[in-house]
Design a protein around this ligand. Structure first.
Ligand code: ADP
Ligand code: MG
Length: 225
């Protein structure tokens, strides 16, 4: 089954969320994390006090995850526009995700065959790709899967296909994609896919999702050149 979505009302929420706010949260998180780590090493602490610090560190880690899913690459003050065929961006994000894939016993298989160029914000596109690649890897966690990334061109469109043979989704689950905080994962943020839809919408593209429960998922991104 193939379903296309353009959740415009959901995308509005994204533009309302100021990227710069979330960006600024990063630094205090890092600083607080550092001091808590130091405190945790102190010999004068009671066991109970140590437990409080551990809880705090765990919560900080969660906050960091939310910011990462949403803003790993965003530099809100400086949109970095490029005119590219996506080759550099795909290669860069693949290299970033590789260690993560390896830890989840997932292999990356990238095939690139596109000459068409498009103007886009490089930070946004990298953020979008990383969320899609991450989801693909997470869908195949521990099952020794392969994540196929294929970029091609057809009728003046750039096609980016991201295919996994992971857990898959029902149509009901597909329809939830891009809803803020929708996640079926224990430690999920449910923020990755809104970012994906928002970025693709910004470059006038669309996304088709093909998925079968227990078999796997293919995200096809169609971008007019
Ligand atoms: P998170 O990854 O934190 O759960 P996302 O917004 O990235 O949040 O994804 C939302 C949900 O969409 C996931 O929890 C999962 O249920 C589903 N999903 C996204 N990509 C895939 C995929 N490749 N295979 C199976 N399910 C997926
Ligand atoms: Mg995700």
């Amino acid at each position: 089954r193939r379903e296309a979505f353009l959740h415009s009302e959901r995308l509005n929420i994204v533009s309302e969320l100021s990227a710069s706010v979330a960006h600024e949260i990063r630094n205090p998180l890092t600083v607080t994390n550092g001091f808590l780590q130091l405190l945790h090493g102190s010999k004068s602490l009671a066991e109970e006090e140590k437990t409080y610090i551990e809880f705090s560190l765990k919560e900080l880690e969660r906050a960091e995850k939310i910011v990462s899913d949403f803003l790993a690459f965003s530099k809100p003050q400086s949109a970095h526009m490029v005119y590219s065929n996506f080759e550099k961006e795909i290669a860069y994000v693949a290299s970033i995700i590789k260690p993560y894939a390896k830890r989840h016993q997932v292999e990356l298989n990238v095939h690139f065959a596109n000459t068409l160029k498009k103007k886009f914000d490089e930070n946004q596109v990298q953020q979008c790709l990383i969320n899609l690649f991450k989801n693909g890897v997470e869908a195949m966690d521990g099952n020794g899967g392969v994540l196929y990334i294929d970029v091609s061109e057809k009728h003046k469109n750039i096609l980016i296909r991201i295919k996994d043979n992971g857990v898959g989704m029902t149509s009901e689950e597909i329809s939830q994609l891009g809803k803020p905080y929708y996640s079926t994962k224990k430690e999920g943020t449910g923020l990755g896919m809104i970012m994906v839809y928002s970025v693709i919408n910004n470059i006038k593209g669309r996304i088709e999702v093909e998925s079968k429960k227990g078999k796997g998922t293919t995200f096809l991104i169609i971008i007019p050149a």
